[in-house]
Ligand binder design. Structure first.
Ligand code: VG1
Ligand code: CO
Length: 543
């Protein structure tokens, strides 16, 4: 079969963001746009000849077309084998596991995560390396550089591979294996958690709702929660992945998973509620009348992980992204283990996990995970929670309250201003940056400022540095505000403002979060001139 070389010209906007290249579907549909990016990626991966590439996605609109393009281009670019999820489906954590489990060279995950899908929605392409984790900046920078000078791409003329049936196909001499997207992942989960104890809890009448938001986790949650753990059918809702996620926004937060939230706050609430996002790497955890913030969830999981068989020997260390609250820091302190603070994005946890310095990682954006894969993992977090509930035989609310009494509570909230004019947003950050030295010297509104900088990170493993990762202003009472621009949006800019305040173990733990943070929220607006510069009265999303 002859390889076809096609002439092309560069696009100037193929720089991967926090988590791969993300654009509108219509943008990806421009002639050669997908091909250019995939060829730039392959050109940046020396040693790929004869190797195995994993391909899968979250099932969103355009997933099937891009998978076929990627398979043909993999064959033309010398890969020896492609493993692809049946129906083109692989959740992000499952793809990470498959890469590791089968010793693959890397993997392509097609997803725009929590962004909406459909013909007018978003699409995305991300690359994971042989450790199963998101490509480090060294690789994404190389891909971007290549995309700016690309002149041709390679493909083969073969018919589409039938992704509907599990089995092996030949594409121009390259083997394509269509695999069960769930089986290996479910088997991994069974090695980490006490499935018997969780199943016994369900058998005794424990109730749960898992909202898959018509995204990728439906088949995984059904197979594991209803299948292996024996929860009643119907425990998983919105369990069929749809190309447009049923018109919804597959972001498991209090705005987009409002149905679940309302149920959990109602008299009919089951014992436990959870949801995941488009590609299955995020999680939302809600108990009866008790929403657990992602930052608290990270701290709680770290403090209780030893109750699950996979973590019985304890944790090596904990890592959290910089904007995530300091709740996990106190757990690390008590456990006598290291706490690492990294920039936003899972790729920064990779080296710490690979070198065995941390076991559990988390982000305030509803991402938690461990060294079992190299991505955040929504269902993993849900199963660890279930394991903890089965072991402690207490409600979510009781466990959270006990935690606060022991460690204190970090009141925490993130305010997002979406689709702001990109120049205005950049100017806001630039101007605020110039104010930081003054704040450090003079304080702010009568408060003593002990930290005012633009966060930069030195990777302790490979010595690489990431700068410009967010402006932080910290006060002497442990409260803090952080400002950064999103690297996953597709229209304009999204300003994220993260606010937290520490309340000690014997303090007031029952205040409304927005109210408890009101003075800091007002201060953040004043110092960054958010309303004036964005023209917005209120954030688009509050989490
Ligand atoms: C956001 C979150 C970040 C997360 C990233 C990818 O990035 O803040 O914590 O790692 O999304 O998550 P940003 O740059 O928009 O703030 V996902 O679920 O899209 O893979
Ligand atoms: Co995601």
């Amino acid at each position: 079969m002859s390889i076809r070389t096609v002439a092309t010209t560069p696009f100037s906007d193929q720089k991967p963001g926090t988590s791969g290249l993300r654009k509108r579907v219509t943008h990806f549909q421009q002639p050669n746009y997908v091909e250019n990016f995939i060829q730039s990626l392959f050109d940046s991966l020396p040693g790929r000849q004869g190797q195995t590439l994993v391909i899968g996605g979250d099932g969103r609109y355009f997933n099937d077309s891009v998978i076929q393009i990627a398979i043909r281009m993999a064959a033309a670019n010398g890969f020896g084998k492609v493993m692809v999820g049946q129906g083109g489906i692989l959740s992000t954590p499952a793809a990470s596991h498959i890469i590791r489990h089968y010793g693959a060279f890397g993997g392509i995950v097609l997803s725009a995560s929590h962004n909406p899908g459909g013909p007018d929605g978003d699409f995305g392409i991300k690359y994971n390396a042989s450790n199963g984790g998101p490509a480090a900046e060294k690789i994404t920078d190389a891909v971007f550089a290549r995309s700016m000078e690309i002149t041709q791409y390679k493909s083969v003329d073969t018919p589409d591979v039938d992704l509907g049936q599990i089995g092996v196909h030949d594409v121009a001499g390259m083997s394509v294996e269509v695999i069960d997207p769930v089986a290996d992942y479910a088997a991994l989960m069974e090695t980490l958690f006490d499935f018997d104890a969780i199943a016994a809890m369900f058998a005794q009448g424990f109730t749960m709702r898992f909202d898959a938001m018509h995204a990728v986790t439906g088949p995984y949650a059904r197979a594991i929660i209803e299948g292996r753990l024996g929860a009643p059918e119907g425990t998983v809702v919105n369990g069929n992945p749809l190309p447009d996620f049923g018109g919804g926004h597959p972001d498991p937060n209090l705005v987009h998973a409002k149905d679940l939230y309302d149920l959990m706050m109602s008299p009919d609430a089951p014992d436990f509620g959870a949801a995941s996002d488009g590609d299955g790497d995020r999680n939302l955890i809600i108990g009866k009348n008790r929403f657990v913030t992602p930052s608290d969830s990270l701290a709680l999981l770290a403090a209780n992980a030893h109750l699950a068989p996979g973590y019985a020997k304890g944790l090596a260390g904990i890592a959290r992204s910089m904007p995530t609250s300091a709740a996990a820091d106190r757990v690390a302190q008590r456990l006598g283990i290291a706490l690492y603070e990294t920039p936003t994005g899972w790729k920064f946890f990779g080296n710490l996990l690979d070198s065995g310095q941390v076991t559990i990682c988390g982000e305030e954006s509803a991402g938690t995970g461990s060294d079992h894969v190299r991505e955040k993992d929504g269902l993993w977090a849900v199963l660890l929670w279930l394991n903890i509930l089965a072991a402690r035989k207490q409600s979510v609310d009781e466990i959270v309250r006990e935690h606060w009494t022991t460690y204190g509570r970090n009141y925490y909230s993130r305010h997002d201003y979406e689709e702001v004019d990109a120049d205005d947003a950049r100017a806001l950050i630039t101007d605020l940056r110039t104010k930081l030295p003054g704040l450090l010297a003079n304080g702010l509104d009568g408060r003593k400022v002990i930290l005012a900088d633009d966060f930069s990170y030195n990777d302790p493993v490979d010595g690489s540095t990431a700068t410009g990762q967010g402006l932080r202003i910290g006060f002497d009472d442990g409260s803090r505000m952080v400002f950064r621009l999103s690297g996953t949006g597709t229209v304009g800019a999204t300003l994220r403002v993260y606010i937290e305040r520490f309340e000690p173990g014997d303090g007031m733990h029952d205040r409304d979060t927005q109210e408890a943070l009101a003075d800091l929220i007002a201060l953040a607006d004043a110092v960054a001139e958010i309303k004036a510069r964005t023209g917005r009265d209120a954030p688009t999303v509050i989490t």
